[in-house]
Design a binder for this molecule. Structure first.
Ligand SMILES: *Cc1c(COP(=O)(O)O)cnc(C)c1O
Length: 498
């Protein structure tokens, strides 16, 4: 069905309104006596808002939301992003007035319930990560990494050392080297071995008295478990470095092992991945950090502590790196994650990782003969295929990803990790049914056949979406994110030209 909004882009009509208000009985003020003249709008530079009825407005946003692909309307196997179902009970709890109607500047005595929740969440996450203390402040994985690295820096400085180097494997998420350089370190990339794992002998060559930390994720970004993690931890510690755990993808280890047990000193978690808070589109997230005992003094302040029966905010940590986020982190997200942890319980969380690993291996097995499969060992929460076989026939991974849209699926992560040619990184998560995974596998296999028999259908994809292939470079470099009436966009075009 063609929607009204697809036929007519500009629905604004002069004089149409979407509200009715009683006449104002507030005495009008003389603006010019209150505001500097250049801040007062005249007719010339009026706001130019669209003029629509309430119903048109509702239809406009509903139509936009229907065009959006989300976990609630389809399969979303975007590798490393853990697009699992976000239980709706999380939303109910986050909306309770006691959580949604408090103010972060309230005195702690008047917000004891909220502080209790945050304190309990810290305790739960300490157990889940095997760490001694947690800070909930960072609002994303990348900010957690940066917070962790600032603590690494403070730790070495306190010990009278000025270590400059952070080691990162070539399969690492791009935020790892980025966070390290924002924190003032130099990053060194260490190559993986043919099994996609850290090469212990190779690693030893990079370790010296200038090594501040090694950043690792385990299972790594290829979905593979670093089996030599204890040896890796030992050699890094021997060289005086710290071990940083990128725990953005903890979905395969819940209830099985912890970064603490593996020998890590610092971790961050992505509550918006593993712990079912909604994400995508850059919305609010949470990237709490955890540390072992020796790093507690450097954690962000204020810390949420329990003093007898009372919950308090304690900023009395002179070695702290300070505050990294306004207020106490993204509170609403923290409430959702806590709800998830409590509804799942210890046994439920263990089942999460078993389901995530089982599903990834099931899908891997169904697909591995149809695509190149650079790593054949058992995977954890996700796996990586390569489209190099199809590339030889003139079809690239990007084309296959576009073709998947015709089947109603969000494509997997593509061209990542960087050490896999034409990579396709697939993470089904534990919340999908066998039928959904089978239907997705069927679609992938059909696409692989099309590449051999009728490549044009893949090269021209997508065929069923509202818009075809977008100019992604242009969209990233010159995004048009603001409503402009025609005359304004004409003006803008001219400025761009001149
Ligand atoms: C998602 C992810 C990150 C970054 O997390 P953000 O919340 O997007 O900043 C870091 N590392 C890994 C392995 C990830 O998957």
């Amino acid at each position: 069905m063609v929607e009204y909004n697809d036929l007519i882009f500009e629905i604004s009509r002069p004089g149409r309104v979407g509200y009715s208000l009683p006449e104002s009985d507030v005495e009008s003020i003389d603006l010019e006596s209150k505001l500097p003249k250049h801040l007062i709008r005249d007719e010339e530079d009026a706001a130019d808002l669209p003029e629509v009825s309430e119903l048109q407005l509702v239809r406009h946003y509903t139509a936009l939301s229907n065009k959006n692909h989300g976990i609630d309307n389809g399969f979303y196997p975007l590798g490393s992003c853990t697009m699992k179902y976000n239980p709706k009970i999380n939303e109910d709890i986050a909306r309770l007035p006691g959580f949604s109607r408090i103010h972060p500047y309230q005195q702690p005595e008047t917000a004891q319930g909220a502080l209790e929740l945050l304190y309990n969440l810290q305790e739960e996450l300490a157990v889940i990560t095997g760490m001694d203390a947690i800070s909930l402040q960072p609002s994303a994985g990348a900010q957690g990494e940066w917070t962790g690295l600032m603590m690494v820096k403070a730790y070495h400085e306190k010990n009278g050392e000025n270590r400059k180097k952070v080691l990162v494997p070539d399969s690492a998420h791009g935020t790892n080297p980025a966070s390290a350089s924002v924190a003032g370190f130099e990053t060194t990339t260490i190559p993986s071995n043919k099994d996609g794992l850290v090469d212990l002998e190779e690693l030893k060559k990079y370790l010296d008295s200038d090594t501040a930390a090694l950043m690792l994720t385990n299972p790594n970004t290829l979905g593979l478990f670093e089996t030599e993690i204890e040896e890796i931890a030992a050699v890094v510690h021997e060289a005086g470095g710290l071990l940083y755990y990128d725990g953005a993808n903890a979905n395969a280890i819940l209830g099985k092992t912890t970064p603490g047990a593996m020998g890590f000193d610092i971790v961050h978690l992505n509550l918006h991945k593993t712990f079912t808070t909604p994400h995508g589109g850059g919305g609010p997230g949470a990237g709490p950090v955890g540390v072992k005992e020796n790093l507690i003094p450097y954690l962000p302040v204020p810390r949420i502590e329990k003093d007898g029966e009372k919950y308090v905010l304690n900023s009395n940590y002179p070695l702290s790196i300070g505050r990294v986020k306004g207020y106490h982190g993204n509170f609403g997200i923290l409430v959702r994650a806590y709800t998830y942890i409590r509804t799942m319980g210890t046994e439920g969380l263990r089942q999460v990782s078993e389901g995530a690993v089982l599903h990834a291996n099931y899908l891997r097995k169904r697909l591995e003969e149809h695509f190149d499969s650079p790593y054949t060992q058992l995977c954890k929460h996700e796996f990586v295929l390569s489209g190099s076989r199809q590339k030889k026939l003139g079809v690239r991974t990007l084309d296959m990803a576009k073709r998947l849209l015709d089947f109603g699926y969000h494509p997997p992560t593509i061209y990542f990790p960087l050490n896999v040619e034409e990579g396709l990184m697939i993470e089904p998560t534990e919340t999908e049914s066998k039928e959904t995974m089978d239907a997705f596998a069927d679609a992938m296999i059909q696409i692989a056949k099309e590449v051999e028999e009728n490549p044009d259908i893949v090269l021209d994809a997508p065929h069923t979406t509202v818009v075809g292939r977008l100019d992604e470079v242009q969209a990233a470099r010159k995004p048009v994110v603001r409503y402009t009436k025609e005359k304004d966009s004409e003006k803008e075009k001219q400025t761009v030209k001149s």
